[in-house]
Design a protein around this ligand. Structure first.
Ligand SMILES: Cc1ncc(COP(=O)(O)O)c(C=O)c1O
Length: 348
């Protein structure tokens, strides 16, 4: 064995339970539970030729199209291999070995992952104990002049809770020397965005993904946005071809079919309400969510409930390792939510 860097030695392996999901009702990863827009799949089938696959990807058409969609200029946009690469490029651009990175817990695992990989010292501020609300005062108190990056999911995964733009601004003001990432992976389900603040705060970065509402998780397509001066540095820290051509082509078609996404989002949001009523009726505790998933209290039986649902063909995500008794379920179409409720009712 060759000795790895100390930062890697210290890391625990991360194994999301991602095998054997085919054919089951996927309510475990907050993906679009139906699929991407049919126009995206059709377009890919049309353009996919042997010569096309032989050529390194070019992004000349995709970047301006997505920038227009987001209402920014192309030099404020970085295409990334999912949000994950956006997080990685941001960390690699601003965080050195031993630097401080601030985030929250429980939250998206890749913040800690990339920060630790870079050798950073990661500090995690817990969400409020019972409500799982954003801990405004405690979080602001943890920001130091030495903090190099701040990573916040809005709304957050796995809690589903969001934070107001007023608080986002407080964070940006308290950390003028830190790269502040507002990860808006679930933006479509809540409609709140920090994008209009890009010109006001030079330390603000906003990420979006095509993995959730757009139903393109397999393609790995994300976007990172900030002012042009920051972006020039981020581009230096990114491999030139990390976004594959199919993802780049598909994203252009996806943003042109806004109706598909808005219809799906409306269905998921309606499902969220249905689920609340079901949990109320069943006297099951849960946290209200601004995203396409709901975290509920399964108590001591969180893991057996997850396993029994899996046996019945319904996948949900156990989160009890970080929030005792908590299980997360993705919402999608009405009939899918119906199926979940029916199975859970039977085993509860
Ligand atoms: C908050 C958050 N950010 C980012 C991602 C992943 O996004 P991507 O597939 O674009 O890497 C997830 C996925 O679960 C997430 O919950």
């Amino acid at each position: 064995m060759i000795a790895p860097r100390p930062a890697v030695l210290k890391m625990a392996p991360y194994h999301p339970p991602s095998g054997g999901r085919a054919g089951k009702l996927r309510l475990d990863f907050n993906e679009n539970t139906v699929g991407c827009s049919p126009r995206v799949a059709e377009y890919l089938r049309e353009v996919l030729t042997q010569p096309l696959l032989a050529v390194y990807p070019e992004y000349e058409d995709t970047r301006p199209a997505l920038a227009t969609f987001f209402g920014i200029s192309p030099d404020e946009l970085l295409l990334s291999n999912g949000t994950d690469e956006a997080i990685q490029v941001l960390i690699n651009t601003y965080v050195d070995d031993g630097d401080e990175v601030l985030t929250l817990t429980p939250s998206y695992a890749m913040y800690r992952f990339y920060a630790e990989l870079a050798g950073a010292q990661v500090r995690e501020v817990p969400y409020e104990a019972d409500t799982l609300a954003f801990p405004v005062a405690r979080f602001l108190a943890q920001i130091r002049p030495s903090t190099k990056a701040i990573l916040v999911a809005n709304p957050n995964n796995p809690t589903g809770c969001g934070v107001s733009l007023a608080v986002v601004e407080q964070v940006l003001q308290a950390a003028p020397r830190a790269a502040v990432l507002i990860d808006e992976a679930y933006y479509e389900f809540c409609g709140r965005t920090a994008l209009p603040l890009l010109n006001k705060y030079p330390n603000l970065f906003v990420s979006r993904t095509f993995s959730k509402a757009y139903g393109m998780a397999a393609m790995r397509m994300g976007c990172l946005m900030s002012n042009a001066a920051n972006m020039a540095h981020l581009r230096k820290a990114q491999s030139p071809y990390s976004v594959n051509l199919l993802a780049a082509l598909a994203a252009r078609v996806a943003v042109a079919d806004t109706e598909y996404v808005s219809t799906y989002v409306a269905e998921a949001v309606a499902s969220r309400e249905t689920l609340y009523r079901f949990f109320d009726e069943m006297k099951i505790g849960y946290w209200r969510s601004e995203a396409n998933f709901v975290l509920f209290r399964a108590g001591e039986r969180a893991v057996p409930i997850r396993d029994e649902l899996r046996r019945r063909g319904v996948l949900v995500r156990d989160r009890s390792y970080e929030l005792p008794g908590a299980v997360r379920v993705t919402v999608g179409r009405a009939e899918q939510t119906e199926r979940f409720m029916q199975e859970l009712r039977e085993i509860w």
